[in-house]
Design a binder for this molecule. Structure first.
Ligand SMILES: [Zn+2]
Ligand SMILES: [Zn+2]
Length: 747
């Protein structure tokens, strides 16, 4: 006989872990206990030695699929001669290190129940169990107990309580456990917020969508707006009330069979769609839905139902439905009922009485060479931390200006917040501050240092400066593109020197110009710029970022000087009046800002190919160029010039594009050749820098055509690293900031 004590840290609470341990312990006839601690779980078991070995083996091998161990340790202690194996009460004090689970898509067992006429949860929209259901969006505090969630408003009925108390039941300690008798309920409201239906709310909601109306639905992490995705008028109306002109809408499909009619699906994509995170997956379009769903875009952002409410609604509808976050334009997703009714101009509201604790958008992922890349990291992924090898000081990193997230570190973990948004509106800034408070509170973290971008004018920079002064914290400023590369290094466990390719729309550079086409020799502390693109002007600053034609003008001005105004490429894109103004701006150096951004080079190509002259959302130009790109092995020329760094001159590239246009070469081929040229450029600089490890980061690498080609063409001679758990776009900046900040703080 022996007794051992096992400590497990990691993601082991609220996922049916204790019942799992209870089952294997009792099967083996072992005695002792398991309890949740602030760090994870503590198990003590005693019995024959070979049975204890078997127990540990099963603990490691058969663990529930949501369990993640970050620490597993056992030691022998003296016998206590328990009579049975027990699950005992959670600890109430100690240092908090528990994991909060993300919201998890409805599991197969729960789906079976909600579509089983004989089950007590038949068509019940809030069915869940320890394998699935709401977590992060309802948790108010740790430890994870019902009283610390928004489910505390609902008292479990006798039968739910029995499940909850039975260690052999799938709902043992399922904190949000509920049934039609005791759990949350749904209501249908009219546009003014008046209740018009309770009993048949779901049936009527389905009819509303079928009739081409707009339904606002209170989902898991916030309100959503739903319309029939095949109905052009409905989609146009949705665009009007959302004040969103062309940015693509995500679509929810009832099931894979229906989805297959509209998109190209491989096994890997199916795996992503059916994963417990159940994200929006970007898929190549095969058959079109409503025309204005995603204009000029060859992808559809598709997802499958992920809550019982969505499952039941989609089952009734049997056709694809636009399912977009309930907000206006770029503001944060709405979670409050009152605000939803006053702000969202939907025809009807399908609501429920379970409060949402915090906003969590749907996540968006893409698939590149059978690897997932995360474009928006939110529901399903947040707040699981990134585990790092080094112990980190407590650091708060406030992220980038666009696609903002914040990150906060503790011990060897980095907690990345959910997608917050572009810091252009007051509402987003409010949410930003709220989420920082939320993360500090729930994980009980007191930052020792605060990290922000090097850009002096960002609202996040000013916020960080303020907090640092007030609380006497170290303030560390980090360059945007260094943060990008560092985030991707971390994503691949690289801490040595790498050649980072940081390509995106904009980031403040060392020389105070706008960078975005950078090759950086980087490690976690420092970087040096080894190559960049020949700079060109953003004529009119922000406006140039929204108008690809202004970028084209800038490029052609660099090539032809004043004569560029005589070119048809320019004359047919601007009015005479506009041309006069632009001439004056260039002549007198008014509102001209230098940039080396590859994102903008994509815009110039979008303009010269006549795809788009004015953008409706960030990245639209690049998406359109990628969307038409055809497979070709040809490319264009470029020149390299050595000054203190290598300067990549795009002039031959554009001259050859102009030539191709004159020869009426297919636009898809031109776009393909443009992509291939970028691949060649990376290869050339990589060879010159004599570094094997090439790290790709920045929004440009969301482009699957480009990233796929870099990996396949340069992968033979170099080690190419792309992102994994952290988004390549600016949403990943806060993680890079934490790592650089930690390394600078420790020096
Ligand atoms: Zn379940
Ligand atoms: Zn119940």
């Amino acid at each position: 006989m022996k007794r051992i004590r096992i400590k497990i840290k990691g993601c082991v609470q609220g996922i049916g872990f204790r019942p799992f341990v209870y089952r294997i312990a009792t099967q083996l006839g072992l005695k002792g206990f398991i309890k949740n601690t602030f760090e994870g779980v503590l198990i003590e078991v005693e019995g024959k030695e070979y049975l204890l070995d078997e127990f540990i083996k099963k603990l490691k091998r058969d663990k529930p699929y949501l369990a993640i161990y970050h620490f597993f340790e056992f030691s022998e202690i003296s016998l206590k001669y328990n009579k049975e194996f027990k699950i005992i009460k959670s600890e109430k004090k100690g240092e908090r290190e528990s994991f909060i689970l993300p919201d998890i898509a409805t599991c197969k067992l729960c789906i079976e129940e909600i579509f089983n006429k004989n089950n007590k949860r038949y068509l019940y929209p809030f069915t869940n169990c320890t394998f699935c259901g709401p977590r992060f969006s309802i948790i108010e505090d740790l430890p994870y107990d019902r009283n610390n969630t928004t489910m505390k408003l609902f008292k479990m009925c006798e039968s739910c309580r029995e499940e909850y108390n039975n260690p052999m039941d799938r709902r043992f300690h399922a904190q949000p456990n509920a049934c039609p008798n005791c759990g949350p309920k749904i209501y249908l409201l009219d546009s003014k917020g008046k209740i018009i239906s309770k009993k048949d709310a779901l049936e009527r909601a389905a009819t509303i969508i079928r009739d081409g109306k707009i339904l606002a639905l209170k989902g898991l992490g916030g309100y959503q707006l739903l319309v029939d995705a095949r109905n052009e008028n409905a989609v146009i109306n949705l665009r009007k009330i959302k004040k969103r002109k062309e940015k693509p809408f995500a679509v929810m499909f009832p099931d894979l069979e229906i989805l297959k009619k509209y998109v190209i699906l491989g096994d890997f994509e199916i795996k992503l769609l059916e994963s417990i995170e159940s994200p929006i997956v970007l898929l190549r379009k095969k058959k079109s839905l409503a025309k204005s769903l995603a204009p000029g875009n060859s992808y559809i952002g598709a997802m499958l139902p992920y809550t019982p409410l969505h499952h039941i609604l989609m089952y009734k509808l049997q056709f694809p439905v636009v399912c977009t976050s309930g907000n206006i334009s770029d503001e944060p997703i709405i979670i409050e009922d009152k605000q939803a009714i006053s702000t969202l101009k939907a025809d009807y509201f399908l609501v429920h009485n379970r409060p949402i604790k915090r906003p969590v958008d749907d996540s968006v992922v893409g698939a590149i060479v059978n690897k997932k890349i995360i474009i928006r990291r939110a529901r399903g992924y947040v707040p699981l931390p990134i585990i790092v090898e080094q112990e980190l000081p407590n650091i708060l990193a406030v992220g980038a200006h666009l696609k903002n997230t914040v990150s906060i570190s503790k011990n060897n973990k980095i907690f990345i917040s959910q997608h917050i948004g572009d810091m252009n509106t007051w509402e987003t800034f409010k949410l930003f501050k709220k989420i920082i408070r939320d993360f500090k509170n729930i994980y009980k973290i007191k930052p020792e240092g605060i990290v922000c971008d090097a850009h002096p004018e960002y609202i996040t920079t000013k916020f960080a400066e303020n907090i640092a002064t007030k609380n006497n914290l170290s303030l560390i400023k980090v360059y945007h593109h260094h943060a990008h590369i560092t985030s991707c290094m971390l994503d691949n466990n690289l801490s040595c020197k790498v050649l980072g390719v940081a390509w995106d729309g904009a980031g403040y550079g060392l020389d105070k110009t706008i960078w975005g086409g950078e090759f950086l020799l980087s490690n976690y502390e420092n970087f040096s710029r080894v190559a960049s693109f020949r700079p060109f002007y953003l004529i009119g600053g922000e406006r140039a970022i929204r108008e690809p034609r202004r970028i084209l003008l800038s490029i052609l001005y660099e090539i032809y000087g004043e004569n560029c105004f005589e070119l048809n490429f320019i004359k047919n894109k601007f009015s005479k009046k506009e041309i006069n103004i632009l001439k004056k701006m260039i002549g007198k150096d008014i509102m001209l800002f230098k940039t080396s951004s590859v994102g903008r080079l994509f815009d110039a190509v979008a303009s010269i190919l006549n795809l788009k002259q004015k953008l409706n959302f960030e990245g639209q130009g690049a998406i359109m160029v990628e969307s038409i790109a055809e497979n070709t092995s040809d490319s264009y020329s470029f020149k390299l010039r050595k000054s203190d760094i290598w300067i990549i001159n795009w002039e031959p590239l554009f001259l050859e594009i102009i030539d191709d246009i004159k020869h009426k070469i297919n636009l898809g081929i031109i776009a393909g050749k443009f992509h291939n040229t970028l691949v060649k450029i990376i290869g050339e600089i990589a060879r010159k820098s004599k570094i094997k490890k090439i790290v790709l980061s920045g929004g440009v690498f969301q482009n699957s055509y480009l990233t796929r080609k870099v990996v396949s063409f340069l992968g033979k001679n170099f080690e190419i690293y792309i992102h994994d758990k952290i988004p390549p776009n600016d949403a990943g900046i806060s993680v890079g900031q934490v790592i650089i900040g930690a390394n600078k703080l420790c020096v």
